[in-house]
Design a protein around this ligand. Structure first.
Ligand SMILES: [Zn+2]
Length: 88
């Protein structure tokens, strides 16, 4: 069992977290038509990089989103950062 550091609550059991997606992925612009191919690419295609990755996670207990940097090989968490614009 792994423990992840929520930037709001501290170290918690991994079962309290939900993977949201890769950090920095750009959602298609919905001000105009978006093709099925563009939506499918956005929703289902992942870089799946080996090594240091930056991802968005949610701590389901506090319902906050945050960035997690981790090593995808060793699963070591390298750090977490709040994503709220009003976070200090
Ligand atoms: Zn939390």
């Amino acid at each position: 069992m792994q423990r992840f550091p929520c930037p709001f609550c501290g170290l918690r059991d991994e079962r309290e977290f939900h993977f949201v997606g890769e950090l920095g992925k750009t959602r298609p612009d919905t001000s105009g038509p978006v093709s099925d191919e563009d939506w499918a690419h956005y929703l289902h295609m992942h870089r799946n990089e080996k090594g240091c990755v930056r991802e968005v996670w949610m701590h389901t207990t506090c319902a906050e989103l945050f960035a997690m940097e981790r090593d995808s090989v060793t699963m070591e968490v390298l750090g977490t950062t709040q994503l709220r614009k009003d976070a200090s």
